[in-house]
Design a protein around this ligand. Structure first.
Ligand SMILES: Cc1cc2nc3c(=O)[nH]c(=O)nc-3n(C[C@H](O)[C@H](O)[C@H](O)COP(=O)(O)OP(=O)(O)OC[C@H]3O[C@@H](n4cnc5c(N)ncnc54)[C@H](O)[C@@H]3O)c2cc1C
Length: 310
């Protein structure tokens, strides 16, 4: 049986199992269209839930052995060329609300881009969330990655997160239960975040907007933000900067196939246009091996690698 018919069999099975589903199921959606690197094979099934209740219905009524993978805006993802088996979930409009709450709080759906969180906070005179101006993901990705920049991290500004587990149960987790560390969230892997409540402090909208402009200007000159990239490839090891270790190992500009190590910021890998997922992953592993040989330090991938090789 070929892959396409397996995908459509799963689509048919899900459609039968889920008569009340309101979200959309698409067989064989190309994931390269949803990642910043612009690489990645198909999702066996791509599911776009209508809202949290629809997502919960899906999770409660599908067999637990069907693998489920959640993606955000794909700015921290390397999807392999063979694609992802099972169901890939991407949240859309039904998770896109922003609400300003009393005492400098902001509630945002998991599909809201971080930059919109920063803008809405600025407009409402809420300071402390402007660092999100520079992170090109959405709220769900920020919650899972503990996204941070310019001296602040998600764990410092989140009060609580809502999430749906693999059995369809909705949870509200206070920040302590998210078990955050540097670019890491220790909440159970099966949780799909649906919403976050953020805490800021009162601020002057014009001053916050000026700070955001400063962040945008800094990014333009320091990072290849207009390229096909996944941002920082490796976590900074304790006491070290990943980019300095990569530079010292002579990897700036290093190439594999259609991928290279950015000349501008050497912890960024770039797809020049025709790179495959395999090129980018091999480049990353070559960098890790050279850094290990040069410094004895093992770099840990910050980018999440998903799926199977071709
Ligand atoms: C140019 C550039 C600059 C960047 N700069 C920064 C930076 O300064 N600081 C920083 O921290 N990161 C940075 N990144 C990396 C990236 O933007 C962040 O990690 C971001 O938080 C990822 O969000 P996303 O929506 O794109 O998630 P994705 O990349 O789609 O997914 C990342 C992880 O989050 C999980 N996930 C996504 N949505 C959900 C959800 N709803 N529930 C549960 N899990 C979910 C995925 O399964 C995956 O494990 C940069 C990336 C680029 C391309």
């Amino acid at each position: 049986m070929n892959e396409a018919s397996v995908a459509s069999d799963l689509a048919a099975e899900l459609t039968t199992q889920l008569p009340e589903l309101r979200g959309k199921l698409t067989a064989g959606a190309v994931l390269a269209d949803f990642t910043w690197f612009r690489v990645g094979g198909p999702a066996e099934i791509l599911y776009s839930p209508a809202d949290e209740a629809d997502l919960s219905y899906f999770m409660a009524n599908t067999k637990l052995d069907i693998p489920v993978t959640i993606i955000g805006l794909g700015s921290n993802l390397l999807v392999r060329d063979g694609g992802i088996s099972g169901v890939v979930i991407r949240l859309g409009k039904g998770f896109g609300d922003i609400k300003i709450e009393p005492e400098s709080r902001l509630r945002a759906g998991a599909a809201v881009p971080d930059v919109k969180v920063a803008r809405a906070a600025a407009d409402a005179g809420i300071a402390g969330l402007s660092f999100y101006r520079g992170i090109p993901g959405c709220v769900g990705g920020a919650l899972r990655m503990n996204g941070g920049a310019h001296g602040r991290e998600t764990c410092e500004v989140v009060v609580e997160a809502r999430a749906v587990d693999r059995a369809g149960k909705v949870h509200v987790l206070p920040v302590a239960e998210l078990h955050y560390a540097y670019r890491h969230c220790g909440a159970p892997d099966d949780l799909i975040f649906t919403e976050a409540l953020f805490q800021g402090e009162p601020g002057d909208p014009a001053a916050i907007l000026a700070e955001m402009d400063g962040i945008a200007a800094y990014r333009e000159q320091a990072q290849p933000i207009k390229s096909r990239t996944g941002g920082s490839t490796f976590k900074n090891p304790p006491g070290n900067k990943a980019w300095q270790l990569i530079d010292a190992a002579g990897c700036r500009g290093l190439r594999v196939g259609g991928a290279h190590v950015s000349e501008m910021h050497c912890n960024f890998l770039i797809n020049e246009g025709a790179a495959t997922g395999a090129d980018i992953e091999e480049l990353g592993e070559t960098v890790r091996a050279r850094v290990k040989a040069n410094s004895g330090i093992e770099l840990e991938w910050e980018i999440k690698r998903l799926g199977k090789p071709r």
